[in-house]
Write a protein that binds this ligand. Sequence first.
Ligand SMILES: O=C(O)CCC(=O)C(=O)O
Length: 311
Amino acid sequence: MADKASDRPEPTGDIEQAKADLDRHGFCILTGAIPAETAAAVQDRLVDQAAAERERDIDTHSAFVEPDDDVNQWVFMLPNKGDIFRELVNNASARALVGHVLGAEALLSDCSAHITWPGNKEMALHIDQWFMPQPIMPGDAYTRAAEMTRADQPFGDPEPAQRAINIPMILNVFWAISDFTVENGCTRLMPGSHLSGRHPVPGQAYDCVMAEAPAGSIVAWDGRTWHGASLNTGTAPRVGVTTYWGAPFLRQLMNFTYGLKQEVVEAFDDEERRTHGFLCWSSYGSTGSAERGWAQPGEKNIGELSVKDEK
Ligand SMILES: O=C(O)CCC(=O)C(=O)O
């Protein structure tokens, strides 16, 4: 039997190894995905943006994953906040991992920064696709799909399930923009937990792997993998960016079609417009025609008409 402590993914520069790590362990650490200069440019933009949002008292936090923690800062909707973030979304290695786990028609669901500051609270371990209904046997009771809550889950141990489990619906391609270290609170993850079909028991300690990674790396995890940000016991902020991808029929975490600035969308090529949700998928995301086509803002869509109206 494999030694559990050593049965974990090591940082790798090899994309095929990273894909194999995702399959086996539920996460991977891919080094050198962007050059150090790009990571530094992203960091500069983010530090400035985050400081400006704090200065204006419009800084944002995540009550869902970090209740009562005003130290950690989330900078949401990054495509509106700098062209440089497109490099993370369009990155070829990131897209290869997304294609491997989710397939070619995945959508970008979120692109936001998580800056963990010294003095933060530890984020609880969780899975990203908490909303997925559990597989059932005919006649079993179930939680209604439109009434899921984060508390409404099967909690348990991270061992492989002996029953059917869900497939991955989310891939979180999380970017180490600063170096990720144990001291500054890098993401911790539980190898193999993606195959358990369970959620971590709240408050229980697990033998997680600390995903130490140099700036410019991707730490990517399957939507079923147990993970969370850790305590920053250092002196400088840890800067991470989530580019979080999902199946094309899932509602996106960020409502890009409504919230993106017009000039941002105008600068996108067709593939970027598709990944942000502007292309209708099998009639999902449609804005007037059930056929596959581009979403249109309300003022361009057919409104109330009558044959009595002038044509
Ligand atoms: O900031 C981190 O290390 C983890 C963030 C996280 O848990 C998430 O984006 O779901």
